[in-house]
Design a protein around this ligand. Structure first.
Ligand code: EPU
Length: 418
């Protein structure tokens, strides 16, 4: 198992390039189940989660290969509908095969994901949606079993805004009979990306990016010849915070300004200077980090996937900050680790009260989930001394070479085998 060592404090300068979006590609890959043939995607990040989805598609009978950012999925031979526990337990996004398998085969058997480090994460809305499209659903021996002779379009009102829930039902309904209307649909850019790829495959989806999405069912989809995956907005935000935190000057290339508006807004409040330069964003850290309050919300609000990184920034701010987590109320595993580095953080319900201190101190710390591990790497950049972060496999699930990118921008960061 690898650990990451960061020797701080660092000042990041220069250019970094953002990779393709994990949460976009994890929804695009199951879409290939609906489009038998050779599908091709570029700008695909090399991540443990992408490799897990490749494994899952292969178990289902597809051929899939990722090389140098190009992912080919040949789904012509896809002929199985069981997603085993061994894979689903390592990656919750595996549940995204539920909708397309039910639509293609009229049946599926997908392990029910359990709890995870960031909270309980039920999937009741996915099941409600499939039920409304006419699928019979049973839970047997820890597996969701669906069956339906042919899904039928319907009105699907989500009780809460759910990203993968919206994606799963969109995937299920593109081949259904008639019209499906998703109400209170998630508006995240990754949902728009999925709709746009499905439309290129021949689907008829309107309204993606708003909270009402309409889908006119079609007979069949064709494979996608070429699609470039959108840039990762959470990696973009993480690099932006890295620059602000180290009082650096970083030009973040190949990212999409429009998708990170809430993060930009909050970083400006902390005193960072932000400018948009062709195809990228320049972030210069201010002399002082001002304390601000943060509330996580569905898009276009401030993303929960940036909450941990902002907590690191606030831990060396000039005052008191209240960070409220509204999406995953227990997503605070990083707080205890940051405290080990001297941070003053108190948890009160779903809020963290952070009193800024002048400097973090290096300590051995442990990553508990993907975004928590990013926040700890950031903390290591700011702290004086050598911070050792163990269990960095969490980081590799969702960041393509973050340590290399930071190193290229001047950080002293390396990996060690335990
Ligand atoms: N929820 C339910 N019932 C459901 C579905 C969701 O109660 O059926 C609740 C969740 O427990 C949570 C809220 O609804 O309180 C929103 O969860 P959502 O379903 O939107 O989350 P998700 O689809 O499971 C995706 C991302 C997460 C990201 C969240 C929120 C993917 C593969 N995952 O998860 O990404 O945090 O949306 O934006 O797209 C990450 O990348 O680190 C990550 C965790």
């Amino acid at each position: 198992m690898d650990s990451i060592i960061v020797e701080g404090p660092s000042k990041l300068e220069g250019e970094v390039t953002v990779s393709g979006a994990k949460n976009a590609v994890l929804a695009l890959m199951p879409a290939c189940i609906l489009a038998p043939g050779r599908n091709r995607f570029t700008n695909v990040p090399d991540l443990a989660d992408v490799r897990t989805m490749i494994k899952l598609l292969k178990i289902l009978g597809a051929e899939a290969e990722l090389q140098d950012g190009t992912l080919i999925i040949d789904s012509s031979g896809l002929n199985k509908w069981v997603a085993p526990y061994e894979l689903v337990r390592t990656m919750r996004a595996s549940v995204l095969v539920l909708g397309p398998l039910t639509a293609m085969f009229g049946r599926s058997r997908v392990s029910l994901p359990g709890g995870c480090a960031i909270g309980e994460r039920p999937i009741d809305q996915h099941l409600k949606g499939l039920g409304l499209l006419g699928a019979e659903i049973e839970i047997e021996e820890g597996y969701i079993e669906t069956s339906a002779s042919k899904l039928k379009g319907n009105i699907v009102p989500f009780d809460i805004s759910t990203v993968t829930g919206t994606e799963n039902i969109m995937l299920a309904s593109v081949l259904a009979d008639g019209e499906t209307i998703l109400l209170n649909a998630a508006c995240e850019p990754e949902v728009m990306e999925l709709a746009s790829v499905l439309n290129k495959m021949g689907a008829r989806i309107g309204g993606a990016g708003t909270d009402i999405i309409t889908i006119q069912g079609v007979e069949r989809l064709s494979p996608i010849e070429d699609h470039q995956v959108m840039p990762d907005r959470i990696e973009t935000g993480t690099l932006m915070v890295a620059s602000a935190l180290t009082k650096g000057d970083l030009f973040i290339r190949k990212c999409k300004f429009e998708n990170v508006g809430a993060i930009i807004g909050k970083l400006i409040e902390t005193g960072a200077e932000i400018s948009r330069i062709d195809g990228g964003i320049r972030v210069r850290g201010g002399d002082e980090i001002k304390s601000i309050d943060i509330n996580t919300l569905p898009y276009p609000g401030f993303p929960t996937d940036m909450q941990a990184q902002m907590m690191t920034l606030m831990s060396i701010s000039n005052g008191l900050s209240v960070i409220t987590e509204n999406i995953f109320p227990q997503r605070f595993m990083h707080a205890g680790e940051l405290r080990r580095m001297g941070a003053d953080i108190k948890l009160v319900g779903n809020s963290a009260v952070v009193r800024g201190i002048s400097n973090l101190r290096a300590a051995p710390i442990m990553a508990s989930d993907l975004r928590a591990s990013a926040s700890l790497v950031l903390a290591g950049l700011a702290a004086s001394g050598k911070t050792k972060i163990s269990r960095v496999y969490h980081l590799d699930r969702g960041y393509d070479g973050l340590d290399k990118k930071l190193e290229a921008a001047g950080a002293r960061i390396w990996r060690e085998k335990d």
